[in-house]
Design a protein around this ligand. Structure first.
Ligand code: HEM
Length: 197
């Protein structure tokens, strides 16, 4: 996920500028990111959520196998069959999302959207929902924010001269980038000693 978020940020320089601004405001350039800063980084949080919308880590979640036959939404689902949920299709459904294929972190800043990782809204389920929701969610959410905030706060990231980003993914249970993202860091903190802590 870190790689997808970094790639999308470099693809959207205005969003990168907003993330940097937020980090400068709430962390400052003469200290390092700490856990207490994370709840203040609303734009970065929205950007990560939008990345999860368009690049869900497990686009079919973990398959379900019902212990009883039932009918859901008019479809008969026999006991013992394997059910795959296509999260990518839900996350890019034009009946749910306005301009679904456009990358717009702002949709997660809108207070009325109220979308989080809890799985309570079936419109947005990047880490699943219900009893089998990702068991590592609290750890994953904080770690992801912390790693990204630290990388983006300490360095400015640019593509190597003359290269272009591309967003193909490889087939598998987990969506990985087909070609790795290569980025060049430049220090952005005021005091070089911070990099040795
Ligand atoms: C960014 C990081 C992560 C993402 C995107 C992610 C995503 C997911 C997803 C989509 C599922 C399937 C949920 C479902 O089918 O409803 C899942 C299940 C699971 N995840 Fe994660 N996960 C992450 C990190 C972690 C971490 C750090 C741990 C453990 C420390 C963890 C432990 C698990 C376990 C045990 C399950 C199976 C839960 C069950 O079937 O009851 N995950 N995860």
């Amino acid at each position: 996920m870190v790689e997808w978020v970094m790639a999308e940020l470099m693809q959207h320089p205005e969003a990168m500028r907003k993330v940097n601004e937020e980090l400068t405001e709430f962390v400052g350039l003469d200290s390092l990111v700490e856990e207490s800063h994370l709840p203040k980084l609303h734009y970065l949080d929205a950007f990560i959520k939008e990345t999860f919308r368009l690049h869900p880590a497990l686009p079919f979640l973990v398959p379900r196998c019902p212990s009883q036959s039932s009918t859901v939404g008019g479809y008969y689902i026999p006991k013992g069959c394997m059910v795959w949920l296509n999260v990518w299709v839900i996350h890019s459904d034009p009946k749910i999302w306005e301009n679904p294929l456009e990358f717009q972190p702002e949709r997660f800043l809108n207070e009325s959207s109220n979308l989080d990782y809890s799985g309570n809204s079936f419109n947005y389920i990047p880490v699943g929902s219900g009893r089998r929701i990702c068991a590592g969610l609290p750890l994953a959410e904080k770690t992801l924010m912390y790693i990204l905030a630290s990388l983006l706060h300490s360095f400015e990231w640019k593509l190597p001269h003359g290269t272009k980003l591309e967003f193909s993914d490889s087939f598998g249970i987990v969506t990985k980038k087909l070609n790795p993202t290569v980025a060049v860091p430049t220090p952005r903190l005021s005091n070089f000693e911070l990099y040795t802590k």
